[in-house]
Design a protein around this ligand. Sequence first.
Ligand code: SAM
Length: 453
Amino acid sequence: MQLPEHLLDELTGKTGFDRTQFTDAHDHAAPTSVRLHPVKGIGLFADMTGVPWCDGGKYLPERPVFTLDPLFHAGAYYVQEASSMFLHRALIAANATAPGLRVLDLCAAPGGKSTLLQSLLSPESILVSNEVIKTRVNILAENISKWGAANVVVTNNDPRDFQRLESYFDLVVVDAPCSGSGLFRKDPEAINEWSEANVVLCSQRQQRILADVMPALKEGGILIYSTCSYSPEEDEAIGDWLCAEFGMTGLQVPIEEAWGIVETVSEKHKAPGYRFYPDKLKGEGFFIAAFRKTSGGETVKTPGTKHKTGSDSVSKKEREVLRPFLREPDRYFFIRQQDQLITLPASREDDLRILQSSLYIRKAGVRMGTVIREELVPEHELAMSTLIHETVPGFDVDETTALDYLRREAIRIDTEFKGWALIRYAGLPLGWIKMLGNRINNYYPASWRILNK
Ligand code: SAM
C-alpha cells in the first residue's frame, strides 16, 4: 500500500512512530472486532480474545457475514473498530459512570461511540446522540433502537444549535469528521483523496465544530475529542488550541504499557493525547484526548420550557396498558407523540422538556406502541429494548426461522396461542409477530429487513 509521503515525513521523528513498521502494517488486513451489549451480549464470543482496553470488546478470527447472524439484528453486539473502543477508558477517567449526568455525543452517526457511551453511563444519566447530516440520522436512530435503552435522545442539529443549551452538559464527546488517514487499511481509496490541503480544511472544520459546542459544556465538565487521523494538525494541535482558546486543561487517561498505545503531549500546553498505530496494537489509526473545562459558563442557563413533554396527554387507562410490558414501570414516564406512546426514565422528564424546546428530536426513549381498544399494538423498539418484561409472550426459534423472520418472510410456529408475541433467537427478541390462528403476521420493520440470501 503506497502511503502519502508527506504524511510519513511529517510523522517521522514523532514519539512512538516507526516508519518501516507502520508502512509494513498497511500490507496486512485490519482486524475484525465487536463490542458486546452489556445485557444482551453476556457470554457471547466467550472463547475470543478480548480488546484489552474495553470491557466487552472482542476480536474475531475472521470477518463473518454479520447480516446473516440473528444476534447482530438482536443488538447483542456492535461491530466496532478496536482502537476507538478506548473511549471506554477515557470515560472512566472522566468519571462518566456517575449518576445523573447530561452527556452529548455531537458527531454520532452511525452510533459506535454512542452505544459505547450508553453502555457505560448510569441509567439515570441522559445521552443526547446528535448527527448533523440528515441522511445519516436514520442509521444512527436504528442502531440506538437496537441498543434498546430509554435514556437516549437522538437529535439532528448543527453544532451551533447547542449554544441554546448554555452550560447544560457535564460531558461532551466530539468524534470529529477528519481526513481519515487512520482508516487507510480499511478504505484504501481514501489514500487518493488524502492531501495536505484537506488536512488543513479538516482542522479548520474541527475548530469550528468545537467552538460552536463549547458554550454548552459547563465549567468543570469534560470534553473528549477524537479523530481517526494521524495528522498532528487534527490531533495534538487541536488540543493546544482548546487550551489556549477555552481554558481547557488536559486530562490523563491511565494506560498499560502492554497495550501498545502511544501517549503524546501537545507542544505548547502539554495536554496528553493517545495515539493508536496499527503496527503497535491490534486496531486502526486513532487519536483521543480528554480535557476539563476550567473557565467560562459559570451560570447554568437553561432555556425556557414552553413546550410540554406530552406526558400529561397519556391517560391513566393507557398507562395501565403500558406498565405490564415494563420490568420496572415506576422508573419510567410516558409521553405521546401523535398516536405513539413513548417511555423515558422518570428522572429525566425535565431534560426532555428542555431538549424539546431547543433541538430537533428525531427520536427519544423507547417507542412502545399505540393503545387501541385497551390493547397495545407494540412497536419494534419495545421488542429491542432491555426494559421489556420477561412475561411478555414469546417464541424461541431456530436460526433458519429467525433469518426467515428477519427477511420478513412467512414463518410457522406450532401453537394454539393467539395475539401479539415476540420472536426470540437464543433468548433475545428479534421483533413482533401477530398470531391469528390460521396464520402469523410478520411485523419486522420493512426498512430493516435483510435482503441477503
Ligand atoms: N462517532 C461516530 C461513531 O462512532 O460511530 C462516527 C462519527 S464520524 C467520525 C464523524 C461524524 O461527523 C459523521 O457522522 C459526519 O456526518 C459528522 N459531521 C460531518 N460534518 C460535520 C459538521 N460540520 N459538524 C458536525 N458533524 C459533522
